[in-house]
Design a protein. Structure first.
Length: 103
């Protein structure tokens, strides 16, 4: 698990560094960080009742996300309305990160 956390930390820091480096060229860099999203990649896990209950118990909105919820955030970040947003890690996680990762 620590390898995954190190990878996530590296991606988050890369997002921030590139945002600073590329801002002068008017290039914005953001990261979208989802929790469990109902996709074919995790469907086999979510079918297991015990696993699903564990995920839901750690998610304040008490459900997994839908692909459209992630793609909507990505689409928003591409709009002119988000032109002043750079270097951000946007969690699309139903509130999972509100309590930290130790819950």
């Amino acid at each position: 698990m620590s390898g995954i956390c190190c990878l996530a930390a590296a991606i988050n820091q890369l997002t921030k560094n590139l945002a600073c480096e590329w801002a002068k060229d008017n290039i914005r860099t953001n990261c979208v960080a989802p929790w469990y999203i109902r996709t074919s990649l995790v469907e086999h896990l979510l079918e297991k009742k015990e696993f699903m209950e564990k995920v839901i118990s750690r998610t304040p909105l008490e459900r997994v996300g839908e692909p459209e919820e992630v793609s909507s955030m990505v689409a928003y970040l591409c709009l002119p309305a988000a032109s002043y947003i750079t270097g951000q890690i946007v969690s699309v996680d139903g509130g999972f990160t509100v309590n930290g990762f130790n819950r």
